[in-house]
Design a protein around this ligand. Sequence first.
Ligand SMILES: NC(=O)c1ccc[n+]([C@@H]2O[C@H](COP(=O)([O-])OP(=O)(O)OC[C@H]3O[C@@H](n4cnc5c(N)ncnc54)[C@H](O)[C@@H]3O)[C@@H](O)[C@H]2O)c1
Ligand SMILES: C[N+](C)(C)CC=O
Ligand SMILES: [K+]
Length: 483
Amino acid sequence: MRAQPAASHFVDGRPLEDETGAPIPVIYPATGEEIARLHEATPAVIEAAVASGVRAQAAWAAMRPVERARILRRASDLIRARNEELSLLETLDTGKPLQETLVADWASGADALEFFAGLAPTVTGETVPLGQDFVYTIREPLGLCVGIGAWNYPSQIACWKAAPALALGNAMVFKPSEVTPLGALKLAEILIEAGLPPGLFNVVQGRGGVGAALVTDSRVAKVSLTGSVPTGRRVYAAAAEGVRHVTMELGGKSPLIVFDDADLESAIGAAMLGNFYSAGQICSNGTRVFVQKGIKEAFLARLAERADAIRMGDPLDPEVQMGPLVSQAQLEKVLAYIEKARAEGGRLVCGGEASVSPGCYVQPTVFADVTDEMTLAREEVFGPVMAVLDFETEEEAIARANATDFGLAAGVFTADLTRAHRVVAQLQAGTCWINAYNLTPVEAPFGGVKLSGVGRENGRAAVEHYTQVKSVYVGMGPVDAPY
Ligand SMILES: NC(=O)c1ccc[n+]([C@@H]2O[C@H](COP(=O)([O-])OP(=O)(O)OC[C@H]3O[C@@H](n4cnc5c(N)ncnc54)[C@H](O)[C@@H]3O)[C@@H](O)[C@H]2O)c1
Ligand SMILES: C[N+](C)(C)CC=O
Ligand SMILES: [K+]
């Protein structure tokens, strides 16, 4: 199977190759096959990408918002029309089952382009009356933005960053994860086909070093990263050197609290979606499932039954519900967490093994009797490993849910809606779900508190993060100077 793109990079409206850059083999994680070979961006490629972005941005910002919006809207239509072909590529790049990529990845990317196309023309300033004088404000684009992606939702992440950036008049240089570099190149092609002027969305490939070079370029106004907390710390610090704007979408160890009056089937379904979808490689997963004592054994028994029925295997088989992890490295990391959970006294309820060889598969795994001190309750695994903890009172559940440095998401299952709102009000998380989990429609702001991030993607909130306000004071009378 080959998925070799025309060139590694996409700069100033066309594919660009420079084979002197270090090779990036692209691996299909279900078989270990190399499906493409790209090259890291050299300084010359980075320079071309940044220079063309800066050059193109001024004219783009000067266009009427509805004209910009029309192009993005066209791109979203093209994505939808090509969803099958794009989803197949996403499956090859990530190993996620076609059953998921057909509905969750590019589809959400198309939603973002459509949403920000609609929103951009509504973004206006305000007028502040000051007697006869007044101030008016203008929301201006920031300029050239850098987007850096993680490997779990490569095309969705590219779209979630490109859509608000472009809709609001910025240019973007995007660096995908070196683990899943293919989707962003397709987005660049589609945007050109939709009528985007060259230079406004450039893709450069590379590992952390290429990302670091972009973040510290003096022409860059903003950096939006989706990645881990350690990378977030480095990128945030590097961006601070130039006092650049940042959006940081980082990791989590999110709690999902299930009270004893909850609809058990729904709570179990949500816990499974929030731990096993995308083989557990989702930032907002509810990986600490707090179950109230009285229903614990019933919860675990039914959960094990449903988890054992998950169909694992070839991600290209439309019946398959769970594919491999993204890479051999991720497989080893996840298996090490499973071993540690056993060693620290977790009770294995189901799964626990690598499976279906070759490929990077891990069974859907559940540990019960997990305590707050165990590694499994503290560190982000990014694999299909659920920790079930039990609790007695509401106050206890809230305190333990918040006892983490992360704060990306949280969920509550209960039939008592007064309690649901009371609990959510006290949870330290950027996104909370009540009787639902992991739904991230583009209409809703998404992002973290505490170490899970700064800034928000999606929703109206994203406008704040891709524009800046200019205040214009208008004097209507003579200047009253004391000298
Ligand atoms: N909050 C969210 O929206 C969200 C979404 C998806 C994934 N994530 C998080 O991402 C992580 C998994 O993704 P990952 O393993 O690709 O993350 P990562 O932190 O290893 O890498 C993220 C990106 O940063 C780049 N990078 C690494 N070092 C850099 C540096 N010094 N300067 C600039 N760029 C650098 C990488 O090349 C990659 O493109 C998990 O922690 C997960 O929770 C968060
Ligand atoms: C944003 N989300 C939850 C779809 C993917 C994060 O890993
Ligand atoms: K890959």
